[in-house]
Design a protein around this ligand. Structure first.
Ligand SMILES: [Zn+2]
Length: 152
């Protein structure tokens, strides 16, 4: 069995054994994609290679513990996901799903609020418009990233 297959098997087992809430918190669904991306980059990038091994070790440990996760395990999983996401974004120009929405919704909302307050003396409508515009921009940009297969 290849290393990637073993990890995927372990991720699948983890999904089946932990509580649904933990599975979502640990973003287990993301790990499949992250492993492919790390594997694909690990020939050229030493950090990807290292992170790949980290993921491998992490799921091996969970397996050994028979998926009785404690707080530290959960925290480690989160830190690992964040480290990988950051690295893939910074070094390999890949984007987390909903990346632009998470930027443009708050941005649109605050611009709407400020503009509404300063120029119209109203808050609700300009804020809602700002939010909607931010959402639209976010959706379009996220769809573009997805189209070019740059999503983590
Ligand atoms: Zn890398």
């Amino acid at each position: 069995m290849t290393r990637t297959k073993t990890i995927r098997g372990n991720i699948k087992d983890t999904k089946e054994h932990v509580k649904k809430r933990d599975s979502i918190n640990l973003e287990l669904n993301h790990f499949d994609r992250m492993i492919s991306l790390l594997g694909a980059n690990s020939k050229k990038c030493s950090e990807c290679k290292r992170l790949y091994t980290d993921v491998e070790d992490y799921f091996e440990v969970l397996k050994e513990k028979e998926y009785h996760l404690n707080r530290k395990d959960k925290k480690e999983g989160k830190v690992l996901t964040n480290t990988i996401m950051k690295h893939l974004h910074k070094e390999h120009n890949l984007f987390r799903q909903g990346h632009y929405m998470s930027i443009f919704i708050p941005l649109g909302t605050s611009v709407g609020l400020v503009v509404g307050l300063l120029f119209f003396g109203k808050i609700v409508l300009p804020t809602v418009l700002g939010l909607t515009l931010g959402l639209l921009i976010g959706v379009v940009l996220d769809a573009t990233v997805k189209k070019y297969n740059r999503t983590i």
